[in-house]
Design a protein around this ligand. Sequence first.
Ligand SMILES: Cc1cc2nc3c(=O)[nH]c(=O)nc-3n(C[C@H](O)[C@H](O)[C@H](O)COP(=O)(O)OP(=O)(O)OC[C@H]3O[C@@H](n4cnc5c(N)ncnc54)[C@H](O)[C@@H]3O)c2cc1C
Length: 396
Amino acid sequence: MAVRLIIDNCTGCKLCLRACPYGAIDIIDDKAQFDDNCTQCGACAASCTFDAILLETSYTPDVDVDQYRGLWVVAEHLHDQFRRGTFELLGEGRRLADKLGVELAAVLLGEGVADMAKGLFAHGADRVYLAQDPVLAHYRTGPYTDVLSGMINQHKPEIVLVSATPQGRDLAPRVAARLSAGLTADCTGLDIDDEERLLVQTRPAFGGNLMATIISRHARPQMATVRPGVMKALDPDPSRTGEIVEIAVHLDERSVIAKVVETVQQEADGQVNLQDADIIVSGGRGLGKPEHFALIRELAEALGGAVGASRAAVDAGWIPAYHQVGQTGRTVQPKLYIACGISGAVQHLAGMSTADCIVAINKDPAAPVFNIATYSIVGDLFEIVPALTKKLREVR
Ligand SMILES: Cc1cc2nc3c(=O)[nH]c(=O)nc-3n(C[C@H](O)[C@H](O)[C@H](O)COP(=O)(O)OP(=O)(O)OC[C@H]3O[C@@H](n4cnc5c(N)ncnc54)[C@H](O)[C@@H]3O)c2cc1C
């Protein structure tokens, strides 16, 4: 992969100069010139409207994989708080980095975020690559792709992990395409192949009916996205410290097409966010009709938890889609998950099987959900759920 200048096409318009986050371009005699600061991030090629700069990305099976060392986690934050998935990726990243015998680094992009590096060290990072600029204050595809691609080209990590959030799902494929790297989306398991020093990536395939194991033998870095709720975060250790590597970037707002006008927090029926909930009570098709979700809401309320649902209940229009747990819904990892009238299809289990304690209530003793339940209650949910709610209200 390389940036190539077609000098005859260059008009000296300066679009590339504004787009370059690394200050690596100068216009001399109406022609662009690159200096040693160029990271081959490709921002200039994306900005050029005269076909004068090309990013020649091609699949290169002969990439020297030994040049690449270290494991990176891309940190995600909003309103000065890290998203939960960041710490989970650091927890898993720590385990994988120790197995490889390499450093674990976090990438922190934003404006005025240097203080947040402490949280990344506390959760397992040895090093933080920090790039700050007003243009990076809010996530936007273009500048984040440019800066992250350049950082990866400069420092050559062998593995880059990104949360499979809307932001991560937007950013990771862009960066992977820019770098001609392999990317496995929505991994549910990661490991290291000791013999070949490869990232072993597991994810559901064919509608969750089988688990695929994917490796990226030739391209670097090996990139994966992982859903929040799948991996375990480490207990924070505030005494941990590490090295901050500041990456100098100079971004020009004029070169960014997308503008953030306002960020709006969506309220989910006044319920707590499923992915942050410690307790979730979920209802499925066994509820029979939408009004019966009142039973689930009452039990959730008695426990101080959130309401979840199976896709069958969502598809029936009984409850909005943002309550859905599973492969095509939310992945959750609460301390307690109560599944009521849910059979336990593999696609539902994909979203909740890592809960600490699972209570399943189902009238069918052969329901698959019982295979993963900590406590199995065989019986009619219309008797059991109200009885549980009543008892909880008494003792609370
Ligand atoms: C590509 C793909 C993605 C999918 N993604 C998801 C996903 O993200 N999340 C998801 O949930 N599903 C998903 N599904 C659908 C999934 O395969 C199942 O169809 C769905 O989970 C079934 O929902 P359910 O358990 O509520 O319904 P059912 O499978 O119909 O189960 C209802 C259960 O209720 C029990 N029951 C009935 N009456 C009572 C009663 N009175 N008391 C106690 N128990 C009772 C029954 O015994 C039964 O076990 C996906 C499917 C595909 C193909």
